[in-house]
Design a protein around this ligand. Sequence first.
Ligand code: ADP
Length: 540
Amino acid sequence: MQPIGKMMDRPLLISAILEHGAAQFGQQEVVSRETHGPLHRYTFSDLAKRAKQFANALQHLGLRPGSVVGSIAWNNYRHLEAYYAVSGSGLVMHTCNPRLHPEQLIYIINHAEDEVVLFDSTFAPLIKAVASHCPRVKHWVCLSEAAHTPAVEGVKVQSYEELLAPQAPVFEWPDLDEKSGAALCYTSGTTGNPKGVLYSHRAITLSALSDCLPGVLCISAQETVLPVVPMFHINAWCLPYASLIGGAKLVLPGPRLDGASLHELMETEKVTVSAGVPTIWMGLIQHVEQNNLHFTTMRRTGVGGSAMPRALIAKFSDVYGVEVCHGWGMTETTAVATMSNLSAADMALPAQERHDRVAKQGKSVFGVEIKVVDEQGATLPRDGVSQGELMVRGQWIVERYHKAEGSALVNGWFPTGDIATISPEGVMQIKDRTKDVIKSGGEWISSIDLENAAAAHPGVAMAAVIGVAHPKWDERPLLLVVRKPQAEFEKQELLDFLAGRVAKWWVPDDVVFVDSLPVGGTGKVQKNELRQKYGSIFSS
Ligand code: ADP
């Protein structure tokens, strides 16, 4: 008979991450840009004390184990304290995306049954719009001192600092089951209502540990981490946890995510690692290029959420010496599921080939398995060519949505709705979302590949490709382009440029120049809006 291992059985808990950070890296800094006032600066040890004070405050508000605390907040130190205080004390931290439509926000606050909502003063108008529709919320708490707590008509607002002040910085974290719910996040719900994913302490801890691996984001006490990815969506890729596990200095950017503000913070705080969606890096690079700046300490940046254009990867690497770690994940995968993770052989490749490799979404990290399947669910070969739906399973992948009766899995795997290939070496490449792929004459055209090709044109600031109904071919690609300031080129030049880079039948049927593209709450181009607007351009 197989003997049982004779090891301790200690649960993986979020409170343990905080205690570890405070005990081993107590003097490490957390720097936070605030909505009001100068940069706020304190240590992991201060963070732990205040998280305990807030845990006490939550108990005084009468919350019971499993009660849900919502947040509508930027990446800042009080939000970080709440991350630890709420989950650590056995409550559920429900991060809400402030860029959701107010109706969706109301839906998720009610569906999650939030009893307390924490918010930044910036979002006071939003609170005014939603509060009367959220009858279960007993306490609206502004993440500020009394002086900056706004009056919100019809809503009793409490100040976070006033709640905290009378509480002792001592709190006995409960010994929870590691499988219990710690945090809750809803998908953006571009189709239908948002769906909630309830992350366990175990899932978050394992995912955060994985962030620390050298092949993932290499978070250690030698690094200074700037998570631009919002704490209100997908746990900021677990970086607020990974930084305390690894002992890294944590820099929180608050509300200012424009290129100039981020560059200034990176330089003054000597940031070495960052993470965010491609649109953020486009804004940053534009600022750096226009002002002839450089990066003094930045070594690498994690990018995901949508495909990072190859041209931008090349620029970061070749011009600015910043390595791009291109990853893939979704609300349902807690944080990172795949990452570029280059081998020594990849590193030795000529720059062009190395960038091609990084433009793919990479290898699954340990703890996550991937495969692609055809429409009948049969596993496709890992040949880098066969495309099918990407399926994932692993220790931090959703099993069922919050309050859903049935499992979300198909034969034990989560269907992602993304179309991908996997190479013999295990490198996954997202070709499209099932709803975005262009079906032309019975063949598929990858909108991501086309966008990548267009983004390589020196005058293109942003590009999006959608499939538009076509009388003969079913669908044909339409390219929408935002030109860089001062760039002068017309449609034909761009089409000729693309003709040299993609198969002839992939070349878009038309190009529309626009001033901007609609970007949604998580930094992605809203293709459904574009389809609504331009969906009949080839049939009319
Ligand atoms: P939603 O946009 O529906 O809210 P998420 O924020 O959870 O969902 O985003 C998950 C989706 O984002 C993935 O299913 C995938 O389509 C896309 N995505 C994430 N990372 C990448 C990437 N590196 N390249 C291309 N697409 C990506």
